[in-house]
Design a protein around this ligand. Structure first.
Ligand code: GAR
Length: 210
């Protein structure tokens, strides 16, 4: 069973998708710790409901970003976490953190990266006039919403879409691809070939297949 830690900042619907997949027996992983940098995150309520260990680690309580990241890394290490999942964690992690979990920090982002990185990805897609967008689960490197792609799902951007309707459409796929990506790690199917990430046994490159 893969021991995971989940970092959140807000609503936590992706955290919920992970919880549901575990409870449904589709995802062979255990959530050892949830860390929120935001004490008001709805994600923390979800932890209570499902008896998950959670901690609040606020940036403002540390004099440097380095100390903040070290504190998070050490809490995760103490719990024996093998894979760190950023599920709506709205901070950029530096190498101080990433070096503790090489190629073992993953993030979900609501666009087909490298398009529309950063904040408000869905609004960016609409304002750009993109006809398709989607979501990406990727290994985190020091770039913003960048790093080797694990899986992507594509959705159309409809002429009548606004930020909310597009976000909703993308989110329904986020909830599918994130547990899928974690399951691939759990099965030991993910490896790096240079900069490229390979999923053993996946027939269609980055499509969400079993
Ligand atoms: C999700 O749409 C996720 O892709 C996005 O924040 C939302 C969190 O929702 N993440 C990013 O934009 C990261 N750059 P959630 O809290 O309900 O999972």
């Amino acid at each position: 069973m893969l021991r995971i830690g989940v970092l959140v900042s807000g609503r936590g619907s992706n955290l919920q998708a992970i919880i549901d997949s575990i409870e449904e027996g589709k995802l062979n992983a255990s959530i050892e710790l949830v860390i929120s940098d935001n004490p008001k995150a709805l994600a923390l309520e979800r932890c209570k409901k499902h008896n998950l260990k959670s901690e609040i680690v606020e940036r403002k309580n540390f004099s440097s970003k380095e100390d903040f990241e070290k504190a998070i890394a050490s809490k995760l290490k103490d719990k024996g976490v093998e894979l760190v999942v950023l599920a709506g964690f709205m901070r950029i992690l530096s190498n101080t953190f990433l070096s503790h979990f090489p190629n073992r920090v993953i993030n979900i982002h609501p666009s087909l990266i490298p398009a529309f990185q950063g904040l408000n990805a869905q609004r960016q897609a609409i304002e750009f006039g993109a006809k398709f967008s989607g979501c990406t689960v990727h290994v985190v490197d020091e770039s913003v919403d960048g790093g080797p792609v694990i899986v992507q799902a594509v959705v159309p951007v409809l002429p009548e879409d606004n930020e909310e309707t597009l976000s909703r459409r993308i989110l329904s796929y986020e909830h599918r691809v994130l547990p899928q990506a974690i399951q691939w790690f759990s099965e030991g199917r993910v490896s790096m070939k240079g900069r490229l990430l390979v999923i053993e046994g996946a027939k269609y490159g980055s499509l969400p297949v079993n």
